[in-house]
Design a binder for this molecule. Structure first.
Ligand SMILES: *Cc1c(COP(=O)(O)O)cnc(C)c1O
Length: 423
């Protein structure tokens, strides 16, 4: 069988798809399906690729927790020395529970509550990436009440088009994210005068799944112009955070070579004395995980063939939400003829599609691997249709570690009650 592309950590051996040294057939037997399977080697390698490419700049790599916040994954990355980019108090709690260093945490997001600000200040996070004037005022207040100063970057919106799906472009001027470029200087001056604020750095994050270098370079150049203007007005920054957004190969994309990215950044940061921060999510974990599922039924309608599997949009929503493509491979070779088929889940939505018009040779009971599902897979999962969330397994060589057990049906309504008789 010729597989179109196999990410690091995934191989086909004696006709069977493996993650590291373990056949997916064995993992399905042991943990059931659907289940998420991650490769420790693949995650470790992509983190190391970032570190090595940017080595001369000695950046702090703050892994974006929202890509995959499983404690097993976070603890692995913490051990590798990663910092973390969080977008909620819940993510901060996850990082701390996984043994992450709060001093390496940056807190992003447009809607931080006062409670979340206080939680992060008490934990001692490295920086708040502030996204509006109103947030800045509130943060100053919350910090003053606690008798501290909040370390702050403004997330500046450089108004560059990352050339991605509109739902994952975040750096255009019409976006809800960041502060307008034209307003940034005045807002920094305001920040410098607030009692609860310590101006620390500058931040941008222009989108996700970006496969061209030019939007990153354009954003950096605009940010550096601002850094100069700030210096002229007496505001010195200690770090520059370029955000995440580096894309991966799902199908036939040519991802950015991180060494090229690092070279472009290094060439432009020569005059900047501060530290570089990066916030990669997808590029660290996306290709390090897959969703393993079993074929329940084959079905033919007037116009379509359907392969109905036991995973669904509640487990992996990217195809439904963004029309995203995930490669789908049979775990073992089947000798039945290949057909063009839609791979769909059991959820009661027409949009419950995992792969459209795929050429597959499959029969009922076969296992399929949905690739590149490490990022924005499990973390975007839901319980829609009262479907328990699948287990997550981290493979290390020939060992499989359960890093999340399969949710039970009881877990789903543990915190609900029927109305009492007298209601
Ligand atoms: C989502 C997000 C990231 C990570 O994006 P990737 O595309 O997964 O690298 C980084 N920073 C911020 C502020 C984000 O919202």
């Amino acid at each position: 069988m010729s597989d179109s592309f196999l990410p690091t950590g995934i191989t086909r051996s004696h006709g069977v798809l493996h993650v590291e040294a373990l056949p997916l057939t064995d993992l399905a037997e042991r943990f059931g399906t659907p289940c998420y399977v991650y490769s420790k080697a693949a995650i470790t390698a992509s983190f190391a690729e970032f570190e090595q490419a940017f080595a001369s700049l000695r950046p702090l790599i703050c892994y974006a927790v929202k890509a995959n916040g499983n404690l097993g994954i976070l603890s692995l990355l913490a051990r590798l020395g990663a910092g973390f980019d969080i977008v909620s108090g819940g993510e901060l709690s996850r990082v701390l529970a996984a043994g992450g260093d709060p001093g390496k945490v940056v807190f992003s997001g447009v809607g931080k509550t006062s409670d979340e600000m206080a939680q992060a200040l008490r934990a001692g996070v490295l920086c708040f990436n502030v996204e509006s004037a109103a947030e800045l005022e509130r943060l100053s207040q919350v910090a003053s009440n606690l008798g501290v100063r909040a370390p702050v970057s403004l997330r500046v919106n450089p108004d560059v088009d990352p050339g991605t799906h509109p739902y994952i472009a975040t750096g255009l001027k019409e976006s809800k994210f960041g502060v307008a470029y034209a307003d940034a200087l005045a807002l920094y001056q305001r920040a410098a005068g607030l009692p609860g604020i310590q101006v620390n750095g500058i931040d941008c994050h222009i989108g996700s799944q970006i496969t061209e270098l030019s939007p990153f370079v354009a954003a950096l150049e605009k940010i550096l112009l601002l850094v100069d203007q700030l210096a002229q007005s007496g505001i010195q920054l200690h770090h520059l955070d370029l955000g995440g957004g580096v894309g991966i190969r799902y199908r036939d994309e040519t991802p950015i070579d991180l060494k090229d990215y690092a070279r472009e950044v290094a060439a432009r940061l020569k005059g900047f004395g501060g530290r570089l921060l990066l916030e990669p999510g997808r590029r660290i974990i996306g290709n390090g995980g897959l969703l393993l599922t079993r074929v329940e039924y084959l079905k033919t309608s007037a116009t379509h063939r359907f392969t109905i599997v036991d995973a669904a949009m509640n487990d992996l929503i990217r195809p439904s939400l963004y029309e995203a493509w995930h490669e789908i491979l049979p775990v073992t070779e089947n000798t039945v003829p290949a057909v063009i088929t839609d791979v769909v889940g059991p959820v009661c939505e027409t949009g419950d599609i995992l792969g459209r018009a795929r050429k597959l040779a499959v029969a009922q009971g076969d296992l399929l691997a949905i690739l590149s599902a490490g990022a924005y897979g499990a973390s975007m999962g839901s319980n829609y249709n009262a479907r328990p969330r699948p287990p997550e397994i981290l493979v290390d060589g020939d060992r499989a570690h359960l890093i999340r057990r399969r949710e039970s049906i009881k877990d789903l309504y543990r915190d609900e009650w029927p109305i009492p008789d007298d209601l």
